[in-house]
Design a protein around this ligand. Sequence first.
Ligand SMILES: NC(=O)c1ccc[n+]([C@@H]2O[C@H](COP(=O)([O-])OP(=O)(O)OC[C@H]3O[C@@H](n4cnc5c(N)ncnc54)[C@H](O)[C@@H]3O)[C@@H](O)[C@H]2O)c1
Length: 373
Amino acid sequence: MTTRRVGVGIVGGGLMGRELAAAIGRWAAFEDHPVRPELVAVCDTSPAALAWFDRVETVRLRTSEYAELLADDRVVVLYIAVPHHLHESLYLDAVAAGKDFLAEKPFGIDRDAAARIVEALDASPDVFVRCSSEMPFFPGAQLAFEAIRSGALGQVIAVDSDFLHSSDLDRRKPINWKRQARYCGEIGVMGDLGMHVVHLPLRLGIRPRTVFAELQDIVTERPNDEGELVPCDTIDNATLHCDAGFPLTLRTHRIAPGHLNTWRITALGMEGGVAFSTAQPKTVHRFEVRDGRQVWERLEVGSQSVFPTITGGIFEFGFADAVLQMWAAFLAERAGALDGRFGCATPQEALAGHRIFEAALRSDESGRAEPVG
Ligand SMILES: NC(=O)c1ccc[n+]([C@@H]2O[C@H](COP(=O)([O-])OP(=O)(O)OC[C@H]3O[C@@H](n4cnc5c(N)ncnc54)[C@H](O)[C@@H]3O)[C@@H](O)[C@H]2O)c1
């Protein structure tokens, strides 16, 4: 197979920008991939964030002006990983410049911003854009997805899709942009974790008609850098009870005691069931009625996901592997070489997620189930 080299530029070299740099450094792990990415440019307004990239020898441009990346022909693909209030303007500028990019979720600070980005993309069909959501690339998540998609569960009667972590359990943790609505968005934790829980249901064709939401702002103040308590006005935990023809429950919790960082999905049907949680990354539970008996069985899954790697098949899979697989899917799809494999979340899926989160905000106001607009 001929391998195409693709120059990559990062806008926002924070937590996730660095994760991409590390993923590109591990690209040799793929048995066979049609694209060879090379990180060539980084933009960040923070000098400290830029300085981290000194360790990546291939980076030839470091700047605080993202316009420089948009104008640079060496940058073929962008990863835009900045706070949510900047998504719309940066994504629209990238579309106008004709640059392909992997966007970060939630793909605009709110539904209207996401709709404007999708509109711009509709008007520029040559620009290839997908939205980041890596958890479905866990092998166990892929197995659960296939079990549901294949129809093996029979009539589906309930789906739970959750992302639970404990990043905010400590009340003394300092405030940051993710804990302030003006930067993170009114949708709060749904902006941080929502794409991760709607990605598989939407890909499976599950469409919530109404949402009844329980939204909790549990910690209302946090210390700033000076130790002074300042407002922390974002939703910490969102529990969405959706009517999708059956109950679809979407939980995005930043304060989930007992969970470090758990993404999980459970689906039950009349003829079978499946459950996977990253808390047990090697294990998928599968249910079926066999010989008139109800049987839950435990399947062991190893390291192999959508794109084969040199990693031993029996070894464990983790977050960094999921990010690597997501990038493999993004670059393969862009090159027209996805070949029916699982692809990244689309802009339309990101917008569909926003519609659910916006209905959740209305439900919280009205105290009733609200239609998904
Ligand atoms: N896919 C995932 O699992 C995952 C995980 C965490 C965060 N995210 C998403 O990634 C995005 C970034 O989050 P993060 O955790 O990396 O945040 P972060 O705060 O660690 O990094 C953001 C970076 O953007 C830089 N920045 C701010 N304004 C900028 C500008 N105008 N131009 C260039 N750089 C600018 C900041 O200096 C910072 O270094 C968000 O959309 C977030 O929701 C995704």
